[in-house]
Design a protein around this ligand. Sequence first.
Ligand code: HEC
Length: 483
Amino acid sequence: MVHVTLYSLNTIQGMTKSTKKVAYWPVLVSGAAITALVITGFTQVPEQLPRSPRANYLQYCASCHGENHDRFAARAWVYGNSLNEVSATLKHGRPAIGMPEFGQAMSDTEIRELAEYTIREVAQVPDVIPSSFNVQDTVHSMDLKFILEEVAGGMNIPWGMDFLPDGSMLVADKAGKLYLVKNGKQTEISGVPKVVVRGQGGLMEVAVHPRYKKNKFIYLSFADGPAPDKINTTIVRAMLDKGKLTNIETIFHATPDSNSGVHFGCRMFFDKNGYLFFGIGERGTMQNAQNLTNHSGKMHRIYDDGRIPADNPFVNTAGAMPSIWSYGHRNPQGLYYDRSTGVIWENEHGPKGGDELNIIKKGLNYGWPVVSFGINYNGTIITNDTAQLGMEPPFHTWTPSIAPSSLTRVTSDKYPTWKGDFMSGSLSFEYLERTLMKNNRVVGRERLMPKIGRIRNVVQGPDGFIYISVERVGKVYKLVPVK
Ligand code: HEC
């Protein structure tokens, strides 16, 4: 919240080191007077520390768990909900489920009070949270009106979407199920391999082979490993035959396996030469991203059967993983391949602040965690540098983090005023982020459908329509322009 007020004209390309410091001064300077000053404006607190649990909650927790405490996964309390257990969760974090540590950010008293507050508030969250967004309403964008048409549902987190040559849609639900939506009818595809569903991991992307008509191949990415606490991203290819997957082959498994529940990547696409590209996150260990001897925190390029192209950038580097295409990534999410130019666009999650839109080029280092526009969730500094020689600066950044889940670019005639603009789902603010482009520069932004829910995926179908998927309501919608 603090960042929203102080710094909403964000996302400035080429932001300098000093502006970053200005942007984060409330976090850097934690003197009592200044802290009280900073938090005034959204809640009344005494001028003395400790800060109120609500103020701490808004500063440190709301971006992931929601301002109204409505994003605690099913309130399952994996590590218990006694005061001691929750205090320990806050103080030390729970890396296996993606919960960061806050021991440095707050005193023990503040942590205890925040734990008490969290237990009390979460218990009061109703089972079904009404969304302030009504899917029946016509949506007014600044230059286009549209309605939402439901095309698939009954899912948990519709994560991956792709299209078969006949126009029917495949939807991968993170819970481990795959669906075919054809002529308005939704059927489940059988034979999907067992996946590990933990934290951000589960069944993720589905991608259709460019020569599907001939070979019937589809690709799935998901979390898997030798044991439930030793997992990383796996990619399989399989033949889709009469509603069933057969001939399933693992063509890639990322190293190292770990018990972390975060940063798996793993969107995928085929370029026009038939190579498979995909991104793997650094799995919560930032150092992975700069270390070429593992797959995590990298973009990769392989052949459609898993073989390594001889002209990949690091095939001759001793010890390097030969599939690596680029490195220094935190958690690549959206990927958009521009077929006309061959340019690969990627967006990725920064930590607190510093989400990035990048143009991915062969062999380059995108800098994480040596350079970043973001800071740790607990307010401590990761790096003072936003740029360094030999590291690719982002094309565009988002601070505060929108947590982009996906990326597409509007090319279709269905949305004339949106042509050329990027669309990304925002997980943290629950809307569709439109990034307005002109002459290959970012010239503005628009937040579409605020509070619709966590938009997990956005794609443009072969029919020219844009499709979005929404978490928890578990549905896929088509954006239909109206007069
Ligand atoms: C970067 C995102 C992020 C931030 C910031 C964050 N959490 Fe979490 N937290 C998670 C995730 C992911 C989980 C696991 C899924 C879930 O339970 O929602 C989790 C789980 C929890 C749990 C449940 C643990 C269990 O036993 O199951 C508690 C309690 C919790 N968080 C409290 C907090 C509080 C209080 C704050 C603020 C100090 C906070 N979190 C900040 C991501 C975050």
